[in-house]
Design a protein. Structure first.
Length: 123
């Protein structure tokens, strides 16, 4: 019963991430060189998100990548692609870990899932 309750929001979130990010071929957080010429605040946000991603600190990584994508107008196309690919791969790892019973991944998904009214729960 619990699985059914979470299946719809998790599926919707996953589909949204896949549609947003497309199919990536590189590992999460790769493409760091793509951000060498980025504005300092975006470069810092990228480095922070990548560090959280590598540490499987799911919520800060997901939110970090989302914040960067909100500044899409300041990014080069290759930078947008790098963020989208990293975000997609991170979310796939998160779902896989949750499916395998990882309590940290399950908690992260519960924090990231949309609530009634379309707003996500704050971390």
């Amino acid at each position: 019963m619990t699985v059914k309750i979470f299946a719809v929001p998790i599926s919707a979130f996953l589909i949204g991430c896949i549609v947003l990010a497309g199919c990536g071929k590189s590992a999460s957080g790769s493409g760091t060189s793509d951000f060498k010429g980025a504005p300092p605040e975006i470069k810092a946000a990228w480095n922070t998100a990548v560090a959280a991603d590598k540490a499987n600190d799911y919520v800060p990584a997901v939110l970090g990548y989302k914040r960067i994508l909100l500044q899409r107008d300041q990014l080069l196309p290759r930078q947008v692609k790098a963020v989208e690919e990293a975000s997609s791969k991170l979310f796939q790892r998160l779902v896989d870990a949750s499916t395998k019973g990882d309590p940290a991944a399950k908690q992260a998904l519960s924090q990231l899932r949309p609530t009634k009214g379309g707003q996500r729960m704050p971390p």
